[in-house]
Design a protein around this ligand. Structure first.
Ligand SMILES: CC(C)(COP(=O)(O)OP(=O)(O)OC[C@H]1O[C@@H](n2cnc3c(N)ncnc32)[C@H](O)[C@@H]1OP(=O)(O)O)[C@@H](O)C(=O)NCCC(=O)NCCS
Length: 158
């Protein structure tokens, strides 16, 4: 497996990958990914196996607080799950965050997304306290706007 930064020539492949993410990941448009490739490539790693895009992460460093990185989407092709692809991709974001001296990486997942919460926990993320729990995972009400409750996970870097 090769991990590389999102580049413009990978935009269509990443879009096709994200298109398979329902119900938890919704693909954005090609121009969004094109923009991410221009602006955030170093925090948008793409996993490639035999020339095929099998996973991607979209993350960005905060302008308000540059010690924070927010991971917006993590997606692994259904045929390549449980092979460490997400762990390698998030590990790549983490390595970048550590080089920058960042203090925190955080992300959210939807209530009931057991694969996601299992993955974040296995990678050392901690579930932030919330307003209620679903299957033992704390959920913050309205974290992403009215009606958009999310489980919040964060990784503190030393
Ligand atoms: C969540 C997701 C990104 C995990 O990707 P992955 O490449 O399969 O994860 P990894 O192989 O790196 O798994 C690392 C660890 O996470 C945990 N994990 C991963 N999938 C899991 C599952 N379905 N159930 C429980 N734990 C799971 C395990 O501890 C795993 O280690 P192990 O396989 O040695 O037991 C993947 O299932 C996916 O793309 N889902 C659809 C999109 C999505 O929901 N994205 C997250 C929302 S942003």
């Amino acid at each position: 497996m090769r991990i590389t930064g999102l580049s413009r020539d990978l935009v269509n492949s990443v879009l096709a990958l994200m298109d398979q993410g329902a119900p938890y990941v919704k693909a954005r448009t090609a121009s969004d990914y094109w923009l991410y490739a221009r602006l955030f490539a170093s925090t948008c790693p793409v996993a490639i196996v035999d020339g095929f895009v099998v996973g991607a992460v979209i993350a960005m460093r905060s302008q308000e607080d540059p010690s924070e990185i927010y991971i917006q989407d993590v997606m692994v092709h259904p045929d390549y799950r449980r092979e460490g692809v997400a762990a390698a991709l998030v590990g790549s974001v983490r390595a970048r965050a550590e080089r920058w001296g960042c203090k925190r990486i955080y992300l959210t997942s939807e209530p009931g997304n057991a694969a996601a919460s299992g993955a974040w926990t296995s990678m050392g993320f901690v579930n932030s306290p919330g307003d209620y729990a679903v299957n033992g995972v704390s959920i913050v009400r309205g974290f992403k706007g009215p009606g958009k409750d999310r489980a919040v996970f964060e990784l503190t870097l030393s």
